[in-house]
Design a protein around this ligand. Structure first.
Ligand code: ZN
Length: 219
């Protein structure tokens, strides 16, 4: 990433943190002001009441002189980091958590991440986090973390969640929804298909058991 691009991204993050803090203190943007009449002629950068703050808009919508406040903070922090004897180095892409992408998955509300390919053991990702989608560049605070079984049980011991556990959780949720007023055909089909998935996984385990390789790293 170019230095100027990094400065802008960090400044936007600083602005967002300030914005959150301001919201907590009860401030709002003039456009969201409860005292604003629908027909009034105030511009979006004109305060209507004393709790209006004219900078409570996305970073890219701010005037350059306002953005400069955030850039000053970022430059000062970067300088202080160096002054303390540290160095800011760009992390290689292959060392970052990877966003899980699937044609059928939307990241409208939540985003799923897993470890990068160079950290995967046993041919698959094992560590997943689910976080609220917020469009920020910083890896968000996880809503949940899931660590799957890593390696064959006989060699590595039980150290994580089984695929079957996760599927069973979803089946249980859907079964409860089916007992409620939200019962529907789609849920019923989903339960059937997930049970089918459990059957295939069971078949695989039983087959491996019969071949004497279950719980080992042998094919
Ligand atoms: Zn106001």
């Amino acid at each position: 990433m170019e230095d100027s691009q990094l400065l802008e991204q960090l400044s936007a993050e600083v602005h967002n943190a300030w914005w959150d803090e301001k919201k907590k203190q009860g401030f709002h943007a003039p456009l969201n002001c409860p005292h604003r009449a629908p027909t009034n002629e105030y511009g979006k950068f004109e305060a209507v009441c004393e709790k209006c703050h004219t900078d409570m808009y996305p970073y890219e919508e701010l005037a350059e002189n306002i953005k400069e406040y955030d850039r000053v903070t970022v430059r000062a922090c970067l300088k202080a980091i160096e002054g303390c004897g540290y160095e800011v180095v760009e992390k290689k892409q292959e060392d970052c958590m990877v966003k899980l992408k699937h044609d059928l998955l939307t990241d409208k509300y939540t985003t799923v991440y897993h470890e990068p390919p160079n950290e995967m053991n046993y041919n698959a990702p094992h560590r997943f986090i689910v976080a609220k989608s917020d469009g920020n560049i910083i890896l968000p605070e996880p809503l949940a973390e899931i660590h799957f079984q890593e390696g064959p049980i006989k060699e590595c011991g039980v150290n994580g969640v089984c695929n079957e556990d996760l599927i069973a959780m979803v089946i249980t949720r859907l079964e409860h929804f089916q007992k409620s007023e939200f019962s529907c055909r789609e849920n019923a089909l989903c339960i059937t298909k997930l049970e089918e998935a459990l059957l295939w996984l069971r078949k695989r385990t039983m087959g491996r058991g019969q071949r004497g390789v279950e719980g080992t790293h042998t094919k």
